[in-house]
Design a protein around this ligand. Structure first.
Ligand code: GDP
Length: 309
């Protein structure tokens, strides 16, 4: 097999990086393990938010402004769904709902999440290989002072405002890594941990059986991009979740969380003063402009990582 690059990805942050990466390497060389810990069932439909974001990005169909869903989307179906169901907070456009309907129908025919992902990618013309972190259902719950709520609800309905008292991955103990992912970990030229939520995107993937142990064995190949710049997230609740786990909200905190399996860490130029602290953990550290505000910056970051020896 020709050279392959294995990626670990969440949603929006990873999609930005991948958009640049496919411009500097052959998309067919990419194997992307995607978090499925924030999958949810709503309106009787199976929804995989992170898989959909990465699929639509690679199919050139993503709404870049929103960071999710299809471009040129309409919301007619949702306007009626909201009359039938008491779920006013979840947004899914008409085209997006078509993906959820197709996926749900395939689940009913007993296809696995892995096979369904392959089918959707093929139909939408995605050349990279997308692989769900596992076939088993895993759901992320956030413990707040007012009760435990689904992560999507915490994120979208409550806009990450409630205090986070704990994080629970329901079903994770039964989650098995897909065989060829363990093989890809062994043979990949590089493994790249995308700039994604370290706790509820990457952290979930890492808890799938055998995943972390397999990465530890190939530490020298593992590269990560910090999703935290100057002690803050670009978007999303990574800061609150890191704090809840007792981690420092900084690239050093992320490095400590990934320490056991991380060989190389790309931090933002603005955090370069923290480089010695991370190198003391035994991680080779590089400073670069990691804020991906346009395609040029996304490509530059991707090329920089591909060039690391
Ligand atoms: P979601 O967006 O909540 O689905 O979650 P992701 O798993 O994609 O994680 C978002 C993370 O990506 C956040 O912690 C952001 O700080 C990070 N992120 C988003 N955009 C950028 C960027 O341009 N550069 C870097 N370094 N991190 C980013």
């Amino acid at each position: 097999m020709s050279e392959i690059f294995l990626l670990f990805a969440g949603g929006v942050g990873a999609a930005k990086f991948i958009e640049g990466l496919v411009k500097v390497v052959d998309p067919e060389s990419l194997k992307i393990v995607v978090n499925t810990g924030d999958d949810i069932e709503l309106f009787g439909l199976k929804i995989c938010p992170d898989l959909d974001i990465i699929t639509y990005t690679l199919a050139n169909l993503i709404d870049k402004e929103k960071g999710w869903g299809f471009i040129d989307e309409t919301f007619n179906c949702l306007s009626i769904l909201k009359k039938y169901y008491d779920i006013g907070w979840f947004n899914a456009g008409d085209k997006d709902l078509a993906t959820h309907i197709y996926r749900t129908e395939l689940f009913r025919q007993n296809y696995s999440k892995d096979d369904i992902t392959k089918k959707i990618c093929k139909k939408l013309g995605v050349k990279a290989e997308l692989i769900p972190m596992c076939n088993e259902p895993v759901e992320t719950y956030i413990k707040t002072p007012n009760g435990t709520i689904n992560f999507e609800e915490y994120y979208i309905k409550y806009q990450c405002k409630p205090e986070v008292l704990g994080i629970e991955f329901k079903g994770i103990e039964k989650a098995k890594s897909i065989d060829r992912v363990l093989e890809y970990i062994k043979i990949a030229k590089k493994i790249i941990i995308c700039p994604s939520n370290p706790i509820v995107s990457i952290g979930t993937i890492l808890q799938v059986e055998d995943m972390k142990e397999a990465l530890i064995k190939v530490k020298d190949k593992v590269h990560a991009i910090s999703p935290i710049i100057e002690g803050a997230t670009i978007k999303g609740p990574a800061d609150k979740l890191m704090r809840c786990l007792g981690l420092d909200v900084s690239c050093v905190g992320v490095a400590k969380y990934y320490q056991n399996f991380l060989g190389h860490f790309i931090i933002d130029n603005k955090d370069c003063k923290l480089k010695p602290e991370i190198e003391n953990l035994g991680i080779k550290t590089y400073c670069f402009n990691t804020l991906m505000v346009n395609l040029k910056k996304k490509k530059r970051l991707a090329q920089f990582i591909i060039n690391i020896k």
